[in-house]
Write a protein that binds this ligand. Sequence first.
Ligand code: M6R
Length: 594
Amino acid sequence: MCGIVGFVGHKLDAKDVVLSGLTKLEYRGYDSAGISLFNSKFRSFDIYKDFGRVQKLKDLTKDTLKSHIGIGHTRWATHGKVTKDNAHPHYSQSKRFIIVHNGVIENHDELKSQYLRDSLFYSETDTEVIAQLIESFSDTLSVENAILTTLKLLEGSYALLVIDTQMPDTIYAAKNKSPLVLGISDDGVTVASDLMALVGFSSKYVALADHTFIVCEADSVKLYNLNHEILPLNYSEIDLDESFSELGEYQHYMLKEIYEQPSVVSRIVQHYLVDENKMISDEILNDIKASDRIYVLAAGTSMHAGFVGKYILEELAGLPVEVHIASEFAYHTPLLTHKPFFIMISQSGETADLRACLMKTKKLKYKTLTITNVKTSTLARESNYYLELFAGPEIAVASTKAYVAQIGVLSILGYRLSNASFDLKEALTKVALSIEDFLEHQDVSSLVHKIITKRNCFYIGRTLDYYTSLEAALKLKEISYIQTEGFAAGELKHGTIALIEEGTPVIALISNPEISNNTRSNLNEVVARGATTIKISLSNTSHKDDDIILKDVHPLLTPMVMVVPTQLFAYYAALERGLDIDKPRNLAKSVTVE
Ligand code: M6R
Protein backbone atom coordinates (compact mmCIF):
# COMPACT_ATOMS: atom_id res chain seq x y z
CA MET A 1 0.00 0.00 0.00
CA CYS A 2 1.23 3.61 0.32
CA GLY A 3 4.93 4.07 0.98
CA ILE A 4 6.71 6.85 2.85
CA VAL A 5 10.38 7.80 2.89
CA GLY A 6 12.01 10.92 4.33
CA PHE A 7 15.68 11.81 4.78
CA VAL A 8 17.65 14.59 6.42
CA GLY A 9 21.45 14.44 6.51
CA HIS A 10 24.79 15.91 5.48
CA LYS A 11 26.63 14.13 2.69
CA LEU A 12 23.98 12.25 0.74
CA ASP A 13 21.50 13.74 -1.70
CA ALA A 14 18.05 13.31 -0.12
CA LYS A 15 16.66 12.69 -3.58
CA ASP A 16 18.77 9.54 -3.92
CA VAL A 17 17.79 8.19 -0.53
CA VAL A 18 14.10 8.92 -0.97
CA LEU A 19 13.84 7.63 -4.55
CA SER A 20 15.84 4.53 -3.71
CA GLY A 21 13.53 3.88 -0.75
CA LEU A 22 10.39 4.45 -2.81
CA THR A 23 11.72 2.08 -5.47
CA LYS A 24 12.21 -0.62 -2.84
CA LEU A 25 8.64 -0.05 -1.67
CA GLU A 26 7.17 -0.24 -5.19
CA TYR A 27 6.28 -3.90 -4.67
CA ARG A 28 3.73 -2.86 -2.05
CA GLY A 29 1.45 -1.46 -4.75
CA TYR A 30 0.69 2.19 -5.56
CA ASP A 31 -0.74 4.39 -8.26
CA SER A 32 1.02 7.76 -7.86
CA ALA A 33 4.32 9.02 -6.55
CA GLY A 34 5.71 12.32 -5.28
CA ILE A 35 8.65 13.97 -3.58
CA SER A 36 9.48 17.30 -1.99
CA LEU A 37 13.10 18.50 -2.02
CA PHE A 38 14.88 21.57 -0.72
CA ASN A 39 15.99 23.92 -3.47
CA SER A 40 19.21 25.51 -2.22
CA LYS A 41 19.20 28.17 -4.95
CA PHE A 42 15.85 29.66 -3.92
CA ARG A 43 15.99 28.39 -0.32
CA SER A 44 12.53 26.89 -0.71
CA PHE A 45 10.96 23.47 -1.19
CA ASP A 46 9.81 22.12 -4.57
CA ILE A 47 7.23 19.40 -5.03
CA TYR A 48 7.34 16.93 -7.92
CA LYS A 49 4.46 14.48 -8.21
CA ASP A 50 2.22 12.66 -10.66
CA PHE A 51 0.16 9.54 -11.11
CA GLY A 52 2.10 6.55 -12.40
CA ARG A 53 5.38 4.94 -11.49
CA VAL A 54 8.40 6.08 -9.45
CA GLN A 55 10.33 6.08 -12.73
CA LYS A 56 8.27 9.10 -13.78
CA LEU A 57 9.39 10.85 -10.60
CA LYS A 58 13.01 9.98 -11.37
CA ASP A 59 12.59 11.61 -14.79
CA LEU A 60 10.90 14.67 -13.30
CA THR A 61 13.71 15.20 -10.77
CA LYS A 62 16.72 14.33 -12.88
CA ASP A 63 18.07 17.90 -12.92
CA THR A 64 17.41 18.96 -9.35
CA LEU A 65 20.19 20.38 -7.18
CA LYS A 66 21.55 18.32 -4.33
CA SER A 67 19.26 18.55 -1.32
CA HIS A 68 19.99 17.72 2.32
CA ILE A 69 16.34 17.04 3.12
CA GLY A 70 13.38 15.48 1.34
CA ILE A 71 10.17 13.53 1.83
CA GLY A 72 8.54 11.19 -0.66
CA HIS A 73 5.47 9.04 -1.05
CA THR A 74 3.84 6.38 -3.16
CA ARG A 75 0.04 6.62 -3.00
CA TRP A 76 -2.55 3.84 -3.18
CA ALA A 77 -5.77 5.79 -3.62
CA THR A 78 -8.33 5.63 -0.82
CA HIS A 79 -9.88 9.13 -0.90
CA GLY A 80 -10.12 10.70 -4.32
CA LYS A 81 -9.18 9.50 -7.77
CA VAL A 82 -5.74 8.66 -9.09
CA THR A 83 -4.71 12.17 -10.18
CA LYS A 84 -1.70 14.44 -9.93
CA ASP A 85 -3.57 16.73 -7.50
CA ASN A 86 -4.37 13.86 -5.17
CA ALA A 87 -0.80 12.53 -5.21
CA HIS A 88 1.34 13.39 -2.16
CA PRO A 89 3.13 15.56 -0.95
CA HIS A 90 0.41 18.09 -0.12
CA TYR A 91 0.86 21.72 0.88
CA SER A 92 -1.05 23.53 3.55
CA GLN A 93 -2.99 26.50 2.27
CA SER A 94 -0.20 29.10 2.46
CA LYS A 95 2.33 26.43 1.40
CA ARG A 96 4.19 26.74 4.69
CA PHE A 97 3.75 23.05 5.53
CA ILE A 98 4.34 20.05 3.29
CA ILE A 99 3.06 16.63 4.24
CA VAL A 100 2.99 12.98 3.15
CA HIS A 101 0.66 10.51 4.84
CA ASN A 102 -0.16 6.80 4.88
CA GLY A 103 -3.44 5.69 6.40
CA VAL A 104 -6.97 7.00 6.56
CA ILE A 105 -8.29 9.92 8.60
CA GLU A 106 -11.78 8.72 9.36
CA ASN A 107 -13.09 12.01 10.79
CA HIS A 108 -11.70 14.26 8.05
CA ASP A 109 -15.18 15.53 7.08
CA GLU A 110 -16.01 16.48 10.67
CA LEU A 111 -12.61 18.18 11.07
CA LYS A 112 -13.17 20.15 7.88
CA SER A 113 -16.52 21.47 8.98
CA GLN A 114 -15.46 22.12 12.56
CA TYR A 115 -12.06 23.77 12.03
CA LEU A 116 -11.47 24.47 8.36
CA ARG A 117 -14.65 25.96 6.98
CA ASP A 118 -12.76 28.85 5.33
CA SER A 119 -9.82 26.85 4.03
CA LEU A 120 -9.18 26.21 0.38
CA PHE A 121 -8.50 22.57 -0.52
CA TYR A 122 -6.40 21.59 -3.52
CA SER A 123 -7.13 17.83 -3.49
CA GLU A 124 -9.84 15.31 -2.65
CA THR A 125 -7.69 13.57 -0.05
CA ASP A 126 -8.21 13.19 3.66
CA THR A 127 -4.51 14.01 4.10
CA GLU A 128 -4.82 17.66 3.20
CA VAL A 129 -6.93 18.19 6.31
CA ILE A 130 -3.86 17.38 8.43
CA ALA A 131 -1.73 19.97 6.63
CA GLN A 132 -4.44 22.62 6.95
CA LEU A 133 -5.01 21.93 10.63
CA ILE A 134 -1.31 22.19 11.43
CA GLU A 135 -1.18 25.48 9.61
CA SER A 136 -4.22 26.86 11.36
CA PHE A 137 -2.86 25.95 14.82
CA SER A 138 0.58 27.30 13.98
CA ASP A 139 -0.83 30.85 14.09
CA THR A 140 -0.81 30.67 17.86
CA LEU A 141 1.34 27.65 18.71
CA SER A 142 4.90 26.48 18.10
CA VAL A 143 5.25 24.04 15.19
CA GLU A 144 5.65 21.06 17.49
CA ASN A 145 2.57 22.01 19.50
CA ALA A 146 0.59 22.74 16.33
CA ILE A 147 1.37 19.22 15.09
CA LEU A 148 0.63 17.63 18.46
CA THR A 149 -2.67 19.48 18.74
CA THR A 150 -3.58 18.24 15.27
CA LEU A 151 -2.60 14.65 16.05
CA LYS A 152 -4.88 14.61 19.07
CA LEU A 153 -7.84 15.46 16.83
CA LEU A 154 -7.20 12.74 14.25
CA GLU A 155 -9.26 9.55 14.26
CA GLY A 156 -7.99 6.72 12.10
CA SER A 157 -4.55 5.67 11.01
CA TYR A 158 -1.51 7.67 10.06
CA ALA A 159 2.17 7.50 9.43
CA LEU A 160 3.09 11.01 8.40
CA LEU A 161 6.03 13.23 7.64
CA VAL A 162 5.79 17.00 7.86
CA ILE A 163 8.14 19.72 6.72
CA ASP A 164 7.83 23.28 7.95
CA THR A 165 9.34 25.32 5.11
CA GLN A 166 10.45 27.88 7.71
CA MET A 167 12.58 25.16 9.41
CA PRO A 168 14.32 23.57 6.41
CA ASP A 169 16.56 21.25 8.46
CA THR A 170 13.85 19.31 10.25
CA ILE A 171 11.44 16.49 9.47
CA TYR A 172 8.57 15.96 11.89
CA ALA A 173 7.00 12.50 11.87
CA ALA A 174 4.15 10.80 13.68
CA LYS A 175 2.52 7.40 13.81
CA ASN A 176 -0.72 5.71 14.77
CA LYS A 177 -1.72 2.28 13.43
CA SER A 178 0.21 2.65 10.13
CA PRO A 179 3.82 1.42 10.29
CA LEU A 180 6.75 3.83 10.57
CA VAL A 181 10.42 3.10 11.25
CA LEU A 182 13.29 5.45 11.93
CA GLY A 183 16.84 4.65 10.83
CA ILE A 184 20.11 6.39 11.68
CA SER A 185 23.66 6.32 10.41
CA ASP A 186 26.60 8.73 10.21
CA ASP A 187 25.04 10.08 7.01
CA GLY A 188 21.78 11.17 8.60
CA VAL A 189 18.29 10.12 9.57
CA THR A 190 15.82 8.20 7.39
CA VAL A 191 12.16 7.69 8.25
CA ALA A 192 10.11 5.18 6.26
CA SER A 193 7.04 3.02 6.32
CA ASP A 194 9.04 -0.18 5.78
CA LEU A 195 12.41 -1.35 7.03
CA MET A 196 13.32 -2.36 3.49
CA ALA A 197 13.59 1.34 2.53
CA LEU A 198 16.30 1.89 5.16
CA VAL A 199 18.60 -0.85 3.92
CA GLY A 200 21.82 0.64 2.56
CA PHE A 201 21.29 3.99 4.31
CA SER A 202 20.89 3.12 7.99
CA SER A 203 22.61 0.67 10.27
CA LYS A 204 20.24 0.89 13.23
CA TYR A 205 16.51 1.42 13.49
CA VAL A 206 13.61 1.96 15.84
CA ALA A 207 10.11 0.74 15.01
CA LEU A 208 7.89 3.52 16.29
CA ALA A 209 4.96 2.82 18.59
CA ASP A 210 1.48 4.22 18.11
CA HIS A 211 0.80 7.75 19.29
CA THR A 212 4.41 8.84 19.02
CA PHE A 213 5.89 11.92 17.45
CA ILE A 214 9.50 12.47 16.38
CA VAL A 215 11.58 15.46 15.47
CA CYS A 216 14.50 14.60 13.18
CA GLU A 217 17.52 16.65 12.25
CA ALA A 218 20.70 15.42 10.57
CA ASP A 219 22.44 14.80 13.92
CA SER A 220 19.61 14.44 16.35
CA VAL A 221 16.34 12.64 16.84
CA LYS A 222 13.85 13.28 19.61
CA LEU A 223 10.97 10.93 20.32
CA TYR A 224 7.88 12.13 22.19
CA ASN A 225 4.47 10.90 23.21
CA LEU A 226 1.49 13.05 22.31
CA ASN A 227 1.83 14.91 25.63
CA HIS A 228 5.20 16.14 24.42
CA GLU A 229 7.05 14.05 27.01
CA ILE A 230 10.37 12.72 25.78
CA LEU A 231 10.68 8.93 25.33
CA PRO A 232 13.80 6.73 25.08
CA LEU A 233 14.98 5.59 21.64
CA ASN A 234 15.78 1.87 21.67
CA TYR A 235 17.68 1.02 18.50
CA SER A 236 18.06 -2.45 16.96
CA GLU A 237 20.50 -3.57 14.28
CA ILE A 238 19.15 -3.89 10.73
CA ASP A 239 19.85 -7.42 9.53
CA LEU A 240 17.97 -7.56 6.22
CA ASP A 241 19.71 -9.25 3.33
CA GLU A 242 19.32 -7.10 0.22
CA SER A 243 20.14 -9.97 -2.14
CA PHE A 244 16.68 -11.42 -1.46
CA SER A 245 15.26 -8.41 -3.27
CA GLU A 246 17.24 -8.96 -6.44
CA LEU A 247 15.63 -10.58 -9.48
CA GLY A 248 18.71 -12.50 -10.61
CA GLU A 249 18.03 -14.75 -13.60
CA TYR A 250 14.24 -14.44 -13.30
CA GLN A 251 11.98 -12.22 -15.36
CA HIS A 252 9.59 -11.61 -12.46
CA TYR A 253 9.68 -11.81 -8.68
CA MET A 254 6.65 -14.07 -8.68
CA LEU A 255 8.48 -16.71 -10.69
CA LYS A 256 11.60 -16.33 -8.57
CA GLU A 257 9.55 -16.76 -5.41
CA ILE A 258 7.77 -19.84 -6.77
CA TYR A 259 11.17 -21.39 -7.49
CA GLU A 260 12.45 -20.49 -4.01
CA GLN A 261 9.82 -22.68 -2.34
CA PRO A 262 11.91 -25.84 -1.89
CA SER A 263 14.61 -23.86 -0.11
CA VAL A 264 12.03 -22.05 2.02
CA VAL A 265 10.69 -25.42 3.22
CA SER A 266 14.24 -26.62 3.98
CA ARG A 267 14.93 -23.43 5.92
CA ILE A 268 11.84 -23.95 8.06
CA VAL A 269 12.89 -27.54 8.77
CA GLN A 270 16.37 -26.40 9.71
CA HIS A 271 15.07 -23.70 11.98
CA TYR A 272 12.19 -25.38 13.77
CA LEU A 273 13.07 -29.07 13.63
CA VAL A 274 16.87 -29.29 13.57
CA ASP A 275 18.22 -26.39 15.56
CA GLU A 276 17.32 -27.34 19.16
CA ASN A 277 17.58 -23.77 20.42
CA LYS A 278 15.13 -22.38 17.96
CA MET A 279 12.24 -24.79 18.25
CA ILE A 280 8.76 -23.53 19.12
CA SER A 281 8.91 -22.61 22.80
CA ASP A 282 7.15 -24.58 25.53
CA GLU A 283 5.55 -21.34 26.63
CA ILE A 284 3.64 -21.08 23.35
CA LEU A 285 2.74 -24.77 23.38
CA ASN A 286 1.54 -24.67 27.00
CA ASP A 287 -0.61 -21.61 26.39
CA ILE A 288 -2.24 -23.30 23.42
CA LYS A 289 -2.72 -26.54 25.32
CA ALA A 290 -4.36 -24.61 28.16
CA SER A 291 -6.91 -23.15 25.77
CA ASP A 292 -10.18 -24.77 24.77
CA ARG A 293 -10.27 -23.49 21.17
CA ILE A 294 -7.93 -21.90 18.68
CA TYR A 295 -9.21 -18.99 16.61
CA VAL A 296 -7.22 -18.37 13.45
CA LEU A 297 -7.61 -14.86 12.03
CA ALA A 298 -6.22 -13.85 8.64
CA ALA A 299 -7.01 -12.39 5.21
CA GLY A 300 -6.61 -13.53 1.59
CA THR A 301 -3.91 -16.10 0.98
CA SER A 302 -2.99 -16.22 4.66
CA MET A 303 -6.57 -17.16 5.46
CA HIS A 304 -6.35 -20.02 2.97
CA ALA A 305 -3.25 -21.21 4.80
CA GLY A 306 -5.33 -20.87 7.98
CA PHE A 307 -7.94 -23.30 6.60
CA VAL A 308 -5.20 -25.84 5.94
CA GLY A 309 -3.80 -25.12 9.41
CA LYS A 310 -7.21 -25.85 10.94
CA TYR A 311 -7.26 -29.22 9.24
CA ILE A 312 -3.74 -30.06 10.37
CA LEU A 313 -4.16 -28.85 13.97
CA GLU A 314 -7.46 -30.68 14.38
CA GLU A 315 -6.11 -33.89 12.85
CA LEU A 316 -2.76 -33.92 14.61
CA ALA A 317 -3.44 -32.28 17.94
CA GLY A 318 -7.18 -32.84 18.29
CA LEU A 319 -7.73 -29.18 19.12
CA PRO A 320 -10.87 -27.46 17.81
CA VAL A 321 -10.00 -24.60 15.47
CA GLU A 322 -12.14 -21.86 13.91
CA VAL A 323 -10.89 -19.73 11.03
CA HIS A 324 -12.26 -16.21 10.64
CA ILE A 325 -11.90 -13.46 8.07
CA ALA A 326 -10.03 -10.72 9.93
CA SER A 327 -12.11 -7.82 8.62
CA GLU A 328 -15.31 -9.55 9.78
CA PHE A 329 -14.01 -10.76 13.12
CA ALA A 330 -12.85 -7.29 14.09
CA TYR A 331 -16.35 -5.86 13.97
CA HIS A 332 -18.57 -8.90 14.43
CA THR A 333 -16.81 -11.08 16.94
CA PRO A 334 -18.45 -14.50 17.30
CA LEU A 335 -19.31 -15.97 20.68
CA LEU A 336 -15.97 -17.08 22.07
CA THR A 337 -15.25 -20.08 24.26
CA HIS A 338 -13.99 -19.64 27.84
CA LYS A 339 -10.29 -20.00 27.06
CA PRO A 340 -9.64 -19.02 23.47
CA PHE A 341 -6.17 -18.75 21.96
CA PHE A 342 -5.62 -16.61 18.88
CA ILE A 343 -3.35 -17.25 15.94
CA MET A 344 -2.91 -14.38 13.47
CA ILE A 345 -1.41 -15.38 10.14
CA SER A 346 0.05 -12.60 8.05
CA GLN A 347 2.88 -12.57 5.55
CA SER A 348 3.49 -8.85 6.04
CA GLY A 349 2.50 -8.59 9.69
CA GLU A 350 1.00 -5.20 8.85
CA THR A 351 -2.51 -6.01 7.61
CA ALA A 352 -4.77 -3.38 9.17
CA ASP A 353 -7.78 -5.71 9.43
CA LEU A 354 -5.69 -8.07 11.55
CA ARG A 355 -4.32 -5.26 13.64
CA ALA A 356 -7.91 -4.29 14.44
CA CYS A 357 -8.47 -7.90 15.60
CA LEU A 358 -5.32 -7.78 17.70
CA MET A 359 -6.46 -4.59 19.40
CA LYS A 360 -9.69 -6.36 20.24
CA THR A 361 -8.14 -9.58 21.57
CA LYS A 362 -5.62 -7.59 23.60
CA LYS A 363 -8.41 -5.59 25.17
CA LEU A 364 -10.08 -8.85 26.13
CA LYS A 365 -6.71 -9.99 27.55
CA TYR A 366 -6.44 -13.11 25.38
CA LYS A 367 -3.10 -14.53 24.28
CA THR A 368 -2.06 -14.18 20.65
CA LEU A 369 0.53 -15.79 18.43
CA THR A 370 1.40 -14.16 15.10
CA ILE A 371 2.83 -16.27 12.30
CA THR A 372 4.56 -13.84 9.97
CA ASN A 373 7.33 -13.40 7.47
CA VAL A 374 8.42 -10.07 8.97
CA LYS A 375 9.71 -10.38 12.50
CA THR A 376 9.97 -6.60 12.85
CA SER A 377 6.34 -6.07 11.83
CA THR A 378 3.67 -4.47 13.96
CA LEU A 379 1.77 -7.71 14.55
CA ALA A 380 4.93 -9.59 15.53
CA ARG A 381 5.83 -6.86 17.99
CA GLU A 382 2.42 -6.48 19.51
CA SER A 383 1.39 -10.13 19.89
CA ASN A 384 2.40 -12.20 22.89
CA TYR A 385 4.35 -14.53 20.63
CA TYR A 386 5.46 -14.72 17.04
CA LEU A 387 6.81 -17.42 14.76
CA GLU A 388 8.80 -16.38 11.73
CA LEU A 389 8.23 -17.90 8.29
CA PHE A 390 11.82 -17.56 7.06
CA ALA A 391 10.59 -17.21 3.48
CA GLY A 392 12.79 -14.16 2.78
CA PRO A 393 11.19 -10.93 1.53
CA GLU A 394 8.24 -11.63 -0.73
CA ILE A 395 8.18 -8.90 -3.35
CA ALA A 396 5.51 -10.00 -5.84
CA VAL A 397 2.07 -8.86 -4.74
CA ALA A 398 0.75 -12.39 -5.28
CA SER A 399 1.81 -14.44 -2.30
CA THR A 400 3.39 -17.81 -3.12
CA LYS A 401 6.35 -18.86 -0.99
CA ALA A 402 4.86 -17.27 2.13
CA TYR A 403 1.73 -19.44 1.71
CA VAL A 404 3.78 -22.63 1.53
CA ALA A 405 5.84 -21.44 4.50
CA GLN A 406 2.70 -20.67 6.51
CA ILE A 407 1.46 -24.23 6.06
CA GLY A 408 4.92 -25.54 6.90
CA VAL A 409 5.07 -23.62 10.18
CA LEU A 410 1.47 -24.54 11.06
CA SER A 411 2.29 -28.21 10.48
CA ILE A 412 5.24 -27.95 12.88
CA LEU A 413 3.03 -26.24 15.45
CA GLY A 414 0.39 -28.98 15.08
CA TYR A 415 3.06 -31.64 15.36
CA ARG A 416 4.59 -30.16 18.51
CA LEU A 417 1.13 -30.02 20.07
CA SER A 418 0.46 -33.67 19.26
CA ASN A 419 1.76 -37.11 20.13
CA ALA A 420 2.31 -37.93 16.47
CA SER A 421 5.05 -40.42 15.84
CA PHE A 422 5.83 -39.94 12.16
CA ASP A 423 9.00 -38.09 11.18
CA LEU A 424 7.86 -34.56 10.26
CA LYS A 425 11.37 -33.52 9.30
CA GLU A 426 11.45 -36.26 6.73
CA ALA A 427 7.89 -35.48 5.59
CA LEU A 428 8.71 -31.80 5.01
CA THR A 429 11.95 -32.69 3.27
CA LYS A 430 9.88 -34.85 0.92
CA VAL A 431 7.66 -31.81 0.27
CA ALA A 432 10.72 -29.75 -0.71
CA LEU A 433 11.88 -32.55 -3.02
CA SER A 434 8.45 -33.03 -4.60
CA ILE A 435 8.19 -29.30 -5.38
CA GLU A 436 11.74 -29.25 -6.72
CA ASP A 437 11.11 -32.29 -8.90
CA PHE A 438 7.95 -30.75 -10.34
CA LEU A 439 9.61 -27.39 -11.04
CA GLU A 440 12.54 -29.10 -12.73
CA HIS A 441 10.69 -31.64 -14.84
CA GLN A 442 7.19 -30.49 -15.74
CA ASP A 443 6.27 -27.59 -17.99
CA VAL A 444 2.81 -26.19 -17.40
CA SER A 445 3.05 -23.25 -19.77
CA SER A 446 1.38 -25.18 -22.65
CA LEU A 447 -1.64 -26.09 -20.47
CA VAL A 448 -2.29 -22.43 -19.82
CA HIS A 449 -3.78 -22.08 -23.32
CA LYS A 450 -6.83 -23.92 -22.01
CA ILE A 451 -7.44 -20.97 -19.67
CA ILE A 452 -6.19 -17.68 -21.06
CA THR A 453 -8.85 -16.84 -23.62
CA LYS A 454 -11.71 -17.76 -21.32
CA ARG A 455 -14.09 -15.51 -19.43
CA ASN A 456 -14.12 -17.63 -16.30
CA CYS A 457 -12.52 -20.66 -14.74
CA PHE A 458 -13.07 -23.11 -11.88
CA TYR A 459 -10.81 -25.00 -9.53
CA ILE A 460 -12.42 -27.94 -7.77
CA GLY A 461 -11.25 -30.28 -5.01
CA ARG A 462 -12.38 -32.00 -1.85
CA THR A 463 -11.11 -31.65 1.76
CA LEU A 464 -7.57 -30.21 1.66
CA ASP A 465 -7.80 -29.88 -2.12
CA TYR A 466 -10.82 -27.66 -1.62
CA TYR A 467 -8.69 -25.23 0.40
CA THR A 468 -6.01 -25.38 -2.27
CA SER A 469 -8.67 -24.62 -4.88
CA LEU A 470 -9.58 -21.42 -2.99
CA GLU A 471 -5.97 -20.31 -3.02
CA ALA A 472 -5.47 -21.36 -6.64
CA ALA A 473 -8.53 -19.35 -7.68
CA LEU A 474 -7.37 -16.24 -5.82
CA LYS A 475 -3.97 -16.48 -7.51
CA LEU A 476 -5.42 -16.75 -11.00
CA LYS A 477 -7.85 -13.87 -10.35
CA GLU A 478 -5.39 -11.42 -8.92
CA ILE A 479 -2.68 -11.93 -11.53
CA SER A 480 -4.51 -12.78 -14.76
CA TYR A 481 -7.84 -11.04 -14.04
CA ILE A 482 -9.78 -14.14 -15.14
CA GLN A 483 -12.91 -14.58 -13.05
CA THR A 484 -12.14 -17.77 -11.12
CA GLU A 485 -13.88 -19.67 -8.37
CA GLY A 486 -12.51 -22.32 -6.06
CA PHE A 487 -15.16 -24.88 -5.28
CA ALA A 488 -15.74 -27.94 -3.13
CA ALA A 489 -16.04 -30.47 -5.95
CA GLY A 490 -19.22 -32.03 -4.56
CA GLU A 491 -20.94 -28.67 -4.18
CA LEU A 492 -20.78 -27.63 -7.83
CA LYS A 493 -23.85 -29.65 -8.78
CA HIS A 494 -25.92 -27.72 -6.21
CA GLY A 495 -26.15 -24.64 -8.40
CA THR A 496 -22.90 -23.37 -9.84
CA ILE A 497 -22.73 -26.10 -12.47
CA ALA A 498 -25.23 -23.90 -14.36
CA LEU A 499 -22.24 -21.73 -15.32
CA ILE A 500 -20.43 -24.55 -17.11
CA GLU A 501 -20.65 -24.23 -20.87
CA GLU A 502 -18.68 -25.37 -23.90
CA GLY A 503 -14.98 -24.75 -23.19
CA THR A 504 -15.25 -23.54 -19.57
CA PRO A 505 -11.94 -24.51 -17.93
CA VAL A 506 -12.30 -26.68 -14.81
CA ILE A 507 -9.10 -27.68 -13.04
CA ALA A 508 -9.40 -30.61 -10.65
CA LEU A 509 -7.08 -31.13 -7.69
CA ILE A 510 -6.94 -34.79 -6.75
CA SER A 511 -4.61 -35.62 -3.87
CA ASN A 512 -6.74 -37.61 -1.45
CA PRO A 513 -6.89 -41.34 -2.35
CA GLU A 514 -9.99 -41.91 -0.21
CA ILE A 515 -12.12 -39.55 -2.22
CA SER A 516 -10.30 -39.20 -5.51
CA ASN A 517 -13.03 -41.16 -7.30
CA ASN A 518 -15.67 -38.78 -6.03
CA THR A 519 -13.73 -35.80 -7.41
CA ARG A 520 -13.25 -37.61 -10.72
CA SER A 521 -17.03 -38.23 -10.87
CA ASN A 522 -17.64 -34.53 -10.31
CA LEU A 523 -15.19 -33.82 -13.09
CA ASN A 524 -17.13 -36.15 -15.42
CA GLU A 525 -20.27 -34.16 -14.64
CA VAL A 526 -18.67 -30.97 -15.97
CA VAL A 527 -17.08 -32.75 -18.95
CA ALA A 528 -20.57 -33.92 -19.92
CA ARG A 529 -21.55 -30.24 -20.07
CA GLY A 530 -18.66 -29.20 -22.30
CA ALA A 531 -15.96 -28.19 -19.78
CA THR A 532 -12.30 -28.27 -20.76
CA THR A 533 -10.44 -29.95 -17.92
CA ILE A 534 -6.98 -30.08 -16.39
CA LYS A 535 -6.20 -32.74 -13.79
CA ILE A 536 -3.52 -32.38 -11.13
CA SER A 537 -2.85 -35.41 -8.94
CA LEU A 538 -0.22 -37.15 -6.82
CA SER A 539 1.43 -40.43 -7.78
CA ASN A 540 -0.86 -42.38 -5.44
CA THR A 541 -4.05 -40.82 -6.81
CA SER A 542 -3.01 -40.48 -10.44
CA HIS A 543 -4.51 -41.81 -13.66
CA LYS A 544 -2.13 -42.03 -16.58
CA ASP A 545 -3.89 -39.29 -18.56
CA ASP A 546 -3.68 -36.73 -15.73
CA ASP A 547 -2.03 -33.53 -16.89
CA ILE A 548 0.25 -33.03 -13.90
CA ILE A 549 1.36 -35.75 -11.52
CA LEU A 550 3.36 -34.73 -8.45
CA LYS A 551 5.45 -36.94 -6.22
CA ASP A 552 3.62 -38.20 -3.13
CA VAL A 553 3.95 -36.42 0.18
CA HIS A 554 2.43 -36.92 3.65
CA PRO A 555 -1.39 -36.64 3.35
CA LEU A 556 -1.53 -33.59 5.66
CA LEU A 557 1.07 -31.70 3.64
CA THR A 558 -0.42 -32.13 0.16
CA PRO A 559 -1.53 -28.45 -0.10
CA MET A 560 2.13 -27.40 -0.02
CA VAL A 561 2.80 -29.22 -3.29
CA MET A 562 -0.62 -29.18 -4.98
CA VAL A 563 -0.63 -25.37 -4.95
CA VAL A 564 2.60 -25.04 -6.94
CA PRO A 565 1.27 -25.89 -10.44
CA THR A 566 -1.64 -23.51 -9.81
CA GLN A 567 0.80 -20.70 -8.98
CA LEU A 568 2.49 -21.33 -12.29
CA PHE A 569 -0.85 -21.35 -14.13
CA ALA A 570 -1.53 -17.89 -12.73
CA TYR A 571 1.96 -16.75 -13.65
CA TYR A 572 1.88 -18.02 -17.25
CA ALA A 573 -1.72 -16.86 -17.81
CA ALA A 574 -0.70 -13.33 -16.80
CA LEU A 575 2.46 -13.56 -18.90
CA GLU A 576 0.51 -14.65 -22.00
CA ARG A 577 -1.97 -11.85 -21.40
CA GLY A 578 0.87 -9.31 -21.17
CA LEU A 579 -0.02 -8.16 -17.65
CA ASP A 580 2.01 -6.55 -14.90
CA ILE A 581 2.65 -9.77 -12.99
CA ASP A 582 4.43 -8.46 -9.92
CA LYS A 583 2.21 -5.44 -9.52
CA PRO A 584 -1.32 -6.40 -10.55
CA ARG A 585 -3.84 -3.59 -10.92
CA ASN A 586 -5.63 -2.23 -7.85
CA LEU A 587 -3.72 -4.45 -5.43
CA ALA A 588 -1.22 -3.71 -2.71
CA LYS A 589 1.27 -6.03 -1.08
CA SER A 590 0.59 -4.89 2.39
CA VAL A 591 -2.94 -3.73 3.07
CA THR A 592 -2.48 -1.16 5.78
CA VAL A 593 -5.96 0.36 5.68
CA GLU A 594 -9.11 -1.33 6.95
O1 M6R B 1 0.28 -9.74 4.60
P1 M6R B 1 -0.93 -10.59 4.78
O2 M6R B 1 -0.64 -12.04 4.67
O3 M6R B 1 -1.67 -10.28 6.05
O4 M6R B 1 -1.90 -10.21 3.59
C1 M6R B 1 -3.17 -10.75 3.47
C2 M6R B 1 -3.70 -10.56 2.08
O5 M6R B 1 -3.81 -9.22 1.77
C3 M6R B 1 -2.81 -11.25 1.04
O6 M6R B 1 -2.64 -12.60 1.32
C4 M6R B 1 -3.40 -11.10 -0.37
O7 M6R B 1 -4.57 -11.87 -0.46
C5 M6R B 1 -2.36 -11.47 -1.42
N1 M6R B 1 -2.42 -10.53 -2.49
C6 M6R B 1 -2.56 -12.81 -1.98
O8 M6R B 1 -1.71 -13.11 -3.02
